[in-house]
Design a protein around this ligand. Structure first.
Ligand SMILES: Cc1cc2nc3c(=O)[nH]c(=O)nc-3n(C[C@H](O)[C@H](O)[C@H](O)COP(=O)(O)OP(=O)(O)OC[C@H]3O[C@@H](n4cnc5c(N)ncnc54)[C@H](O)[C@@H]3O)c2cc1C
Length: 505
């Protein structure tokens, strides 16, 4: 092997994590994945529609990278979800047309999809549409059917990618914010962070909504990222009717439109809206009356019936990182040797991430004149935490006999046991959100009002910290701060230490 290339990837979202996994396959790289949040996947990758698009949306003459990488990414995800045990429904998507003008748009999408290499696309009539999706609107005249589209759990995807990368030698640095990109003599020399200085040969910029800022730090820049807000409503699991497929309207120039879909966990979800925000509002994930109203009305047009409003359990919003040029920015920057951009990752960035990772590997090969050597013993597979809710009766009995913590239900809505929460913590969760995204505790109808406290007690016990220091999502969000009386009482009883006894939960 030649010399070891030290690579820092900024951002543990789906793009950075995919790059980490691909680079972890080779002996030639020492990979550092740097994330300023307390956990992985908490940026744009957490709050989106979670669709693995088929690849017909983007016109290759206008957005060549989006067009090429989406169709390629879709193909790779079909393999990666099996390698990494990521929840997915390969249910296909439908774009509905309601009049002759929209039918013309379907023809354009079909033609574009064929040019992009999206397989098995078909325009179907009203009858076939009703067969594929009985809850689709009676008024829809035809639809574009894309059987290769899928619904993924986006945060599970990032967690899986990072777990697999770390197993294969990637060094993960959480709560580590890049403050400066050091360039000496036109070449990357290292990164200054709030925690340490890291000497590296190469920096890959996968910083999502902040990628333009990182690029400016390296003295490259030349583009801007603007947040485009998307709001959603999510229904309780027992809310009916649901949909079997992902349902889109015909797209507009700025958005694929409001979608009706069922998540991998069985919740009906509608959204997103599309509202451009000024550049300084990159953290504005608030919900608005207007945004939610648009979502409700647009979704209502696509289906025969939505569940009643009182079945909505949560609103949320995500921010798309819209690059000023429109297309993804994936390039090896000649201005600074060793600085590579994986930026401007707006939709379909989730779909495209694995293909982006392979493109970055190709860039590194050229830049560092490498013929990388596959890593001996590289582990292709990773398994997710076994869910009690998905076990058969026999499996549950066996699990409880082997580990009595499977017999303690912590989250009643989602049937999450203490054993799963302890396993999530063992795998790296240090916060309530970290446990939530790994197990679904607090994601049910009560949204944590009955189980969040119990999760906090387990976190305190397992991490050996005072209960009041357990946080929702890292420093500054400690649950003991504010009007949470029960926690203060608990703290006083145990003189600053959390109770250790799980029996008392
Ligand atoms: C409303 C909405 C709907 C979408 N729907 C879809 C869809 O259905 N299908 C699809 O394919 N795509 C979709 N997308 C797009 C997709 O979500 C994004 O393209 C993708 O998640 C971007 O991933 P990322 O890794 O580039 O960014 P992120 O997930 O944001 O990751 C970047 C990370 O960098 C970290 N970071 C930033 N600055 C620093 C710093 N200075 N130091 C250290 N760390 C730093 C951040 O904390 C963050 O975790 C949607 C997006 C939105 C918002």
């Amino acid at each position: 092997m030649g010399r070891l290339i030290r690579v820092a990837i900024i951002g543990a979202g789906v793009v950075g994590a995919s790059i980490a996994r691909v680079l972890s396959m080779f002996e030639d790289f020492e990979v550092h994945l740097i994330e300023r949040e307390a956990d992985v996947g908490w940026g744009v990758s957490k709050a989106n529609t979670g669709i693995i698009h088929a690849g017909y949306d983007d016109e290759p003459s206008l957005f060549p990278l989006r067009a090429k990488l989406c169709a390629e990414g879709n193909r790779i995800w079909h393999e990666w979800v099996k390698d990494l045990d990521i929840p997915i429904r390969w249910c296909g998507s439908l774009v509905l047309a309601f009049n002759s003008e929209e039918e013309k748009i379907l023809e354009e999408l079909l033609d574009r999809g064929i040019r992009n290499g999206a397989p098995s696309l078909e325009i179907i009539d009203h009858e076939k549409l009703k067969m594929l999706e009985p809850n689709s609107s009676e008024k829809a005249t035809s639809a574009l059917w894309a059987p290769t589209a899928g619904q993924i759990s986006p945060w599970d995807a990032v967690i899986a990618l990072v777990e697999n990368s770390v197993t294969n030698g990637v060094k993960l640095h959480l709560s580590t914010e890049v403050k400066e990109v050091k360039v000496v003599g036109g070449q990357i020399s290292g990164l200054e962070t709030n925690e340490f200085f890291l000497k590296v040969d190469c920096v890959i910029n996968a910083a999502g909504l902040y990628a333009d800022k990182i690029s400016e730090m390296a003295g490259v820049g030349g583009y801007h990222i603007k947040p485009r807000k998307g709001e959603y409503l999510i229904f309780d699991k027992d809310a009916e009717p649901k949909v079997n497929r992902i349902i889109f309207p015909t797209p507009t120039p700025i958005s694929k439109g409001v979608v009706v879909t069922t998540t991998t966990d069985g919740n009906l979800m509608i959204g997103p809206s599309a509202q451009d925000l000024p550049e300084n509002l990159r953290e504005d994930k608030s919900n608005t009356y207007d945004g939610l109203k648009i979502v409700w009305e647009s979704a209502s047009n696509l289906v025969n019936k939505l569940p009643p409003r009182n079945k909505v359990i949560r609103f949320f919003a995500g921010l798309r990182p819209e690059p000023s040029g429109g297309d993804f920015i994936i390039r090896d920057c000649n201005e600074v040797f060793g600085f590579i951009e994986a930026s401007g990752m707006r939709s379909p960035g989730l779909t495209s991430a694995p293909a982006v990772a392979r493109m970055i590997l190709d860039s590194l090969k050229v830049k560092f004149d490498l013929n990388p050597k596959p890593k001996a013993g590289w582990k292709r597979y990773r398994r997710r935490i076994k869910r009690f809710s998905e076990m058969t009766f026999e499996e549950r009995s066996k699990a409880m006999n082997e580990n009595p913590r499977y017999g303690r239900i912590i989250c009643v809505d989602e049937l999450v046991t203490e054993a799963e929460i302890v396993e999530a913590i063992r795998r790296g969760a240090t916060t309530i959100d970290g446990v939530k995204f790994r197990t679904r505790a607090c994601m049910g109808a009560c949204q944590g009002s009955s189980c969040m406290y119990k999760v906090a007690v387990i976190l305190a016990r397992e991490l050996n910290v005072p209960l009041w220091m357990v946080s929702l999502r890292g420093p500054g969000t400690e649950i003991g701060i504010g009007d949470v009386k029960a926690l203060f009482i608990e703290k006083n009883k145990s003189k600053g230490k959390a109770k250790i006894d799980g029996e008392k939960l």
